[in-house]
Design a protein around this ligand. Structure first.
Ligand SMILES: Cc1cc2nc3c(=O)[nH]c(=O)nc-3n(C[C@H](O)[C@H](O)[C@H](O)COP(=O)(O)O)c2cc1C
Length: 544
């Protein structure tokens, strides 16, 4: 990748200086929000305003038993509904500097690093081919003609003839532009929020959506016409019910695509650690792929939550005070908005009111967010990969304090009681949002164990799963007339706060949840923790 500005023409000193300049943001090297193929005609999809959209109550759609086996046929209308509610522009606002676009799923910094491609056989109204999805106007651009599904089948090692697959790719520079090395993480969280919308929409539309985190990367990069570095495949979703089996893809990757897209990496700054991590994570061969699948299946056998103590230490999420711990919550007991309405009106909460939220709302959303996915290794939920902690500030009937959510017991374990609003604001990057929220979810992962079991690719999967859980919390809260937002955090302080229980974990995603404040505008915040740390950094408390 090139450096920006003068550095592109200078020696190492000038390049270094360019790459380390501080300014609020540098709009000169801001990557484009949309990938476009100027030479290709935009193919219209059915008008979403005329489609019914997913009506299922949101909590049921999040929780839904996966639709595998009973999937409705994949029509162009269903494909459009899925794409639109996963990633399309759902709202436009005219601001003094121009039009701003809001999308179906949240994205850190509104940078939207994820691109989506459709690989399908013949559908009524759409010829077999490889298409790029443009979220701005909900259209497709045809990149390749013909039925190339066998390529995806070979890449994911599943030769079932799904009517279509979605290939999600990541344009790393979009997030790195603002978040630098750390941007690599944000890319997968943002992929996760899209995936959570897609999974819920699939459930609501009775359309099976199977996630594949394992695939031979270069097979996908080859025929998407992407380089695997600037833009790389991140996830494959197989849609609908397979109709037979597909033959193996041909051995050779087809040549470069004739159509050029806009330059996604103009002015990009290189972030070597994230580039090195990414370079270490692809699966190169089918043997790598089967090793990965076996490793994921083994890792799913973890027993850590069974060993977390006996059931009497947990406040169950289920209704009533007796019955089995795994009974789950009766999601039907609380009314949630239809999924389509929920997604079309979703937005990140900018200020929470400090009002308490009902226990019924909290437990229903937490229960739904943890449900299983149609994905190898996480069918039973995320429990073996991720852990979920909370700071509870104001949930009716729940003592304020720090909690661990144990998916095995489907219950909350009080780790320490107290008012932790200030601490939540500090842990959440000195922002008021978590201090004011009714509860804050802290998703953590044992990254050491994940890397040991799954190698560097496990890192991507863990971050994406965290994004999916976070995205579900977003949707669930919004559907109950409440709110949520993704949040940046101070990594080690989060783990320290929840330790010793969280010792050895790493923080991976944070989501404050609660009632929306008025006005819904960001409130400045500064915690006593930060005041104290600043004064100690200036020498306070040190011997002369
Ligand atoms: C991973 C992630 C991290 C985020 N971090 C913050 C944050 O630290 N502070 C904040 O105010 N908003 C945060 N957001 C919210 C985004 O700014 C918001 O999603 C984006 O501006 C798009 O707006 P929308 O969600 O209302 O559509 C985060 C969102 C995500 C998905």
């Amino acid at each position: 990748m090139a450096t920006t500005g003068n550095g592109a023409h200078g020696g190492i000193a000038l390049r270094f200086n360019e790459a380390t300049k501080l300014q609020y943001i540098n709009l000169d090297n801001k990557p484009p929000l949309y990938k476009v193929y100027p030479g290709l005609r935009a193919i219209s999809l059915p008008d979403v305003a005329e489609l019914q959209g997913p009506q299922m109550p949101t909590l049921a759609a999040i929780k839904g038993d996966d639709a595998a086996g009973s999937s409705a046929p994949l029509t162009l209308e269903k494909l459009t509904t899925l794409l639109y509610h996963s990633a399309a522009v759902i709202r436009r606002r005219q601001l003094s500097d121009g039009e701003v676009h809001y999308r179906a799923a949240a994205s850190a910094g509104a940078l939207y690093p994820t691109e989506i491609y459709v690989v399908c056989g013949d559908l009524e109204g759409l010829r077999a081919g490889v298409y790029h999805f443009n979220p701005r106007d909900c259209t497709l651009a045809r990149l390749r003609n013909g039925d190339l599904r066998r390529w995806v089948a070979s890449a994911v090692g599943d030769h079932a003839a799904y009517p279509a697959s979605l290939v999600f790719t990541t344009v790393f520079w979009r997030s790195a532009w603002k978040y630098r090395e750390r941007g690599y993480r944000y890319c997968y969280w943002d992929l996760g929020t899209i995936a959570s919308n897609m999974l819920a929409t699939g459930n609501a539309e009775n359309l099976s959506v199977r996630l594949n985190f394992g695939f031979v990367d270069r097979m996908l990069t080859g025929y998407m016409g992407i380089d695997g570095q600037t833009e790389a495949p991140s996830l494959v979703a197989s849609l609908g019910t397979p109709d037979g089996m597909l033959p193996d893809g041909p051995g050779d990757v087809p040549g470069a695509l004739p159509q050029e897209s806009n330059d996604l990496a103009a002015g990009a700054i290189e972030y070597p650690m994230s580039a090195a991590l990414h370079a270490a994570s692809p699966l190169q061969t089918h043997e790598d792929l089967s090793n990965w699948n076996a490793a994921v299946a083994n890792a799913a056998q973890s027993e850590k939550d069974e060993l977390d103590g006996t059931g009497d230490r947990f406040r169950p999420l289920r209704s009533g005070s007796d019955g089995a711990f795994d009974a789950g919550v009766d999601i039907g007991a609380i009314e949630s908005a239809g999924l389509g309405d929920c997604i079309r009106s979703r937005g990140s909460t900018r200020r929470f009111s400090r009002d308490p939220i009902p226990w019924e709302a909290f437990r229903s959303v937490v229960d739904a967010a943890g449900s299983g996915m149609n994905a190898p290794g996480v069918e039973g939920g995320y429990g073996s990969t991720l852990s979920l902690y909370f700071i509870v500030n104001a949930v009716e009937g729940l003592e304020p304090g720090a909690y661990y959510y144990n998916p095995f017991y489907n219950g909350l374990r009080l780790l320490k009681s107290g008012d932790f609003r200030e601490m939540a604001g500090h842990l959440g990057f000195e922002q008021a949002l978590p201090a004011d929220a009714a509860a804050v979810a802290f998703i953590t992962a044992d990254l050491q164990q994940i890397e040991r079991d799954l190698g560097p690719r496990g890192y991507r999967m863990a971050q994406t799963l965290a994004g999916i859980i976070g995205g579900r919390l977003y949707l669930g809260m919004h559907a109950l007339g409440l709110g949520a937002t993704g949040l940046t955090f101070f990594d080690d302080s989060v783990v320290e706060f929840f330790s010793p229980h969280a010792a050895g974990q790493s923080a991976v995603f944070v989501v404050p949840m609660g009632a929306q404040g008025v006005p819904n505008r960001v409130r400045p915040f500064r915690s006593q923790v930060a005041v104290s740390l600043d004064s100690r950094a200036r020498g306070a408390g040190q011997e002369a």
